[in-house]
Design a protein around this ligand. Sequence first.
Ligand SMILES: C[S@@+](CC[C@H](N)C(=O)[O-])C[C@H]1O[C@@H](n2cnc3c(N)ncnc32)[C@H](O)[C@@H]1O
Length: 426
Amino acid sequence: MTDEFKDVREQVRGRYAAAARQVLRGEQTSGRGDGCGPCSAADDEPVFGAGLYAASERAELPVAAVAASLGCGNPTAVVALTEGETVLDLGSGGGIDVLLSARRVGPGGRAYGLDMTEEMLDLARATAAAAGVANVEFRKGTIEAIPLPDGVIDVVISNCVVNLSPDKPAVFAETYRVLGPGGRIGITDLVTDVADDRPPVADRAAAVGEAECGGAGALPVGEYRDGLLAAGFTHVEIAPTHRVGTETHSAIIRATKPYAPDGLTIRPMRVADAAQVLAIYQAGLDTGGAGFETAAPAWEAFDAAKLAVPRYVAADATTRAVLGWAAAAPVSDRCAYAGVVEHSMYVHQEAWGCGIGTALLRAFIDATEDAGIWTVQSGIFPENTSSLALHRRVGFRVVGTRERIGQRDGRWRDVLLLERRTRRTL
Ligand SMILES: C[S@@+](CC[C@H](N)C(=O)[O-])C[C@H]1O[C@@H](n2cnc3c(N)ncnc32)[C@H](O)[C@@H]1O
């Protein structure tokens, strides 16, 4: 982490430590923890704080937890929680959403609160004790380096905190890492309406620290979405709710981590995966059944040819060995074909039959649709019946046969052209 990011974080921490002390002294906060004045818009609709929760929810909590509410929404209302689930609240403050989540997941579930401000953690632990809620745990740490192992969380919630982070890609990557396969996020956060002419990321990070009234670090909706997609999330939805400033809205943000079979994880491909990805590629080509090429490209050529997002690997969750990958290349640089790609997917032969191909391809298709890609094409040899069946299962159809289109091992081969059109309205 750069010194600049550390400085920003210390300024943010100082503001929220002061807000926690105010609540502990029994004083009223602004609802935003920043001395910003009243926490409601001109028409008296609440825009920050406890007023965004139903009276019945407020009634089930200790006074201090309600008084310390500094969010811009109610994340427990935007994501369904089921008994027995494990929930993590990023930037849990006085603990209001952790306590509500703990009640929803019941004694068989668990709710973690994560905050970097000691005074907020003291307040949250005191309110949890006052509420008599046992299935909660508050941890000290930052949302850019979450102190939890991989894949242990079912649902990540957060209320008005991601906008305060100077390093949002790290927050999205860490959120993805701690979620298990099929895990989901339900966040409320500030987004900005100012999409163009934004200052560079580092300047914006500094603004987060300097701003007295928050929202300076809010991302435009498009950048928020791109950040979540780059981290590997699918089914990304961002819906603005209420205005909180001249250039900021509160928004509900939902997304999902792709499902993976037991013991596996599906995650974005990284440069560090290059050797394993290319070895699997080469082994697939060596079978003679995967394509006309005989040699996998060098990483630089692979990297230049494929879209940066989506690119997934399936990896063993324990050993972290890469077992398969999926990526795509645009079929043309002509603008009429924007949104049309040809994908490639290879699975390590020793991992065939474990459902990796189906999970990878489903994740990949979902991510292409989130990215606005409406047609995914693929060429498959007619003899490759398992690949054809897999593609049909996820909605591909054969649109034609390219007869004797090329030679492999001295033999002319047909190629079936498959296509999948999105079912979403883009
Ligand atoms: C706006 S308050 C929201 C608190 C709580 N979610 C609520 O709704 O009342 C922001 C909280 O996030 C914490 N926070 C801000 N940036 C953080 C970071 N980078 N890592 C961990 N906690 C952070 C602050 O200490 C503060 O408690």
